[in-house]
Design a protein around this ligand. Structure first.
Ligand code: NAP
Length: 470
């Protein structure tokens, strides 16, 4: 048996430390050997929660099945992990003194027959790994990461376009795991408003933000889905204090009414996530006379965000607006007049990409305009994720690419990071993929003119005014 023992002291609240470590999915953020980690049981983290962790041990990949066997909130957690080669018992204890938390970590490895003969040779490597792992945990909890920049590798991939696009797949997500900033901050008491919360990326985000303690207002279109959503969230996270608002966001009257309800409550918003969206293959006008892609994907987040500005501005910690766009927007250039497509020329994917391009530009414009108001604005795109929206709008694309699509959790990861991470609150006006800022233009010919940028907001407003007059 090899026993590793390490101790660290971090500048974090003991509860945050315990919650972060006991949710063993986070191991991929602080253990250099962990490639990914998934939670295998439903329900809040506690006794009996199970996790599958894939580790790289030299050239080999080892899968370890962990289970929490002892769970004493804020004091200690014990996990037992089993793999083909070894069994490990991790005992992690937490003690606090003033504003510091002391973490003691003991890992006892018992090797299976055959491997145990090499124990002595393995020991020094294991000790180095144990020390590196705890330093990784310290850095995640001390939250020392600076806001990320575009890495050289990503910049090169984007210059060649095809490798940049390949990163939209699950391989792009996996590649990013090793280099991305950890997400160790919680959102207790912070008010998050999220649209499109009942499906796909929105549902994955709802669960993750409920787990992170956010005070959630979830906006959904269909009242019949409210109970199922609340039941799912309670079963997954133990939370029964979540607010649901109903609005069809393709209708400006409903966007206005939603914003008015939120303004009447006068409850500050710390994070607004404009996620609701759909790709409409067929041309249609809303009952207010707006082309539906334009209405839902652009007019709606524009109107909602600007109406909610009074609840977002002026907080001591800057509030965050996160606009969910799409890598599809890389194919289109912003030309305001082309945002409203005619029935004869309508193509769903193009209308979608144009609206998402415009929302990306809008994010940059707002970031600049609202700096003084202490509101940061970023756009993100999720890559290609296998969600109900993709299954219904793009069945052929899905059947061709199914093996390389991300899960909803993987697609939502950057939304969650932008909402939670400390350093994500220090960067504004960027487009993100996989917790990393990315170029807004893969092709030079898609760069809009200054005149089109300057016209964008008044163009959207004019269309919204027409809808109101309808
Ligand atoms: N999945 C991807 O690969 C991918 C790629 C790029 C960008 N995106 C973007 O990611 C966001 C989430 O998409 P998803 O893939 O998770 O799709 P999804 O599973 O279809 O979820 C979309 C959400 O938006 C809601 N929504 C649609 N129309 C609405 C309306 N008129 N009013 C209010 N809510 C409405 C849906 O509600 P209902 O359940 O009631 O329809 C649902 O909650 C979208 O903005 C999408 O454009 C996704």
């Amino acid at each position: 048996m090899i026993t590793l023992h390490e101790e660290i002291t971090v500048e974090r609240d003991i509860k945050d430390c315990f919650r972060y470590v006991a949710d063993f999915r986070t191991v991929a953020e602080w253990d250099a050997t962990a490639l990914n980690a998934k939670k295998r049981t439903s329900g809040p983290i506690g006794l009996g929660s199970r996790f599958t962790v894939q580790c790289a041990v030299g050239p080999a990949k080892v899968t370890i099945e962990y289970e929490i066997t002892e769970f004493y909130p804020w004091a200690s957690v014990v996990l037992v992990g089993k793999s083909r080669f070894f069994e490990v018992r991790d005992v992690i204890t937490f003690t606090e003194s003033e504003a510091l938390t002391h973490i003691s970590y003991t890992a006892e490895f018992k090797y299976r027959l055959g491997i145990s003969t090499f124990e002595q040779q393995l020991e020094s490597g294991m000790r180095a790994m144990g020390s590196e792992t705890l330093q990784g945990l310290k850095s995640a909890l001390d939250s020392l990461s600076s806001p990320p920049g575009i890495s050289d590798c990503t910049a090169r991939a984007d210059r060649w376009v095809a490798p940049g696009v390949a990163m939209f797949s699950k391989w792009g997500y996996r590649r990013s795991i090793a280099q991305r900033n950890p997400n160790s901050h919680f959102l207790d008491g912070r008010h998050v408003v999220l649209t499109g919360a009942n499906s796909g990326l929105g549902l994955a985000t709802s669960v993750a933000l409920a787990e992170a303690g956010a005070d959630l207002t979830l906006v959904i279109r269909n009242p019949a889905k409210r109970d199922e959503l609340l039941e799912t969230l309670e079963a997954e996270t133990g939370r029964s204090d979540i607010t649901v608002e109903i609005a069809d966001l393709s209708l400006m009257a409903e966007v206005n009414a939603l914003a008015d309800r939120l303004l009447a409550k006068n409850k500050a918003i710390d994070v607004l996530i404009n996620n609701a969206g759909a790709l409409f293959n067929d041309y249609a006008l809303t009952s207010e006379g707006l082309e539906q892609s334009f209405a839902l994907l652009l007019a709606s987040p524009s109107l909602l965000t600007r109406k909610l500005h009074p609840l977002l501005e002026g907080h001591s910690t800057p509030s965050r607006v996160i606009n969910v766009v799409s890598g599809g927007m890389y194919t289109e250039k912003l030309v305001c007049d082309r945002l409203i497509m005619t029935p004869a020329k309508y193509q769903g994917a193009q209308a979608y990409a144009r609206a998402k391009r415009a929302l990306t530009v809008l994010s940059e414009l707002w970031a600049a305009q609202w700096q003084e108001d202490r509101i940061i604005v970023n756009a993100m795109h999720p890559g290609w994720a296998d969600t109900p929206g993709v299954a219904s709008a793009l069945p052929t694309f899905r059947s061709i690419t199914r093996r390389i699509l991300r899960t909803s959790d993987e697609g939502a990861d950057t939304i969650i990071w932008l909402a939670r991470a400390k350093e994500a609150g220090e960067i504004s006006g960027k487009l993100f993929l996989d917790r990393e800022p990315r170029t807004s233009y893969l092709l030079a010919k898609t760069k809009e003119s200054a005149a089109q940028r300057a016209q964008l907001e008044s163009f959207i407003d004019a269309q919204i005014d027409n809808a109101s007059a309808h």
